[in-house]
Ligand binder design. Sequence first.
Ligand code: HEC
Length: 132
Amino acid sequence: MKVLQSRSFCSYINFFLFSLLLAVTANTQAVELTPRESHAYIQICAYCHARAETSAPVMGDIADWQRRAARVEGGFEGLVRNTIVGVGNMPPLGTCGYCTESEIRNLVATMSGLDSSVLNLAPSSDASKADE
Ligand code: HEC
């Protein structure tokens, strides 16, 4: 009985540590995508941004994204603006006709892996409005 008790205490501690780890990892991630945003990424953005041969910056290639953010006026916000109006070979909204501005912002944050402080600039509230 004693053994059992100490075992469950151990798993409680493990669970606690695991949750802590999740919380810490979640904090370092740029943004958590809503189902609509994930869908947009998979169906639309990834068509170009997961394939290096399209000349689109590839998701997770942080050095490339940092270079772009440093080059464009307004840094991260400049990348969001360029996505909305279109840039180079990318059509406006990255062809995501139904994406709202805040959804584009979350997608760019996730794809680029740039600073999680963008979360503070991006209340994702109008994403839920768009669902109405
Ligand atoms: C048809 C292909 C295509 C699709 C679809 C696409 N992109 Fe792009 N994207 C590109 C290309 C090509 C570039 C590089 C443009 C350049 O620098 O000339 C680019 C660049 C970007 C940039 C960097 C802009 C800059 O100023 O350097 C961002 C951010 C971006 N895309 C976000 C998105 C998002 C978000 C989506 C999905 C909603 C998306 N893209 C869908 C092709 C695409």
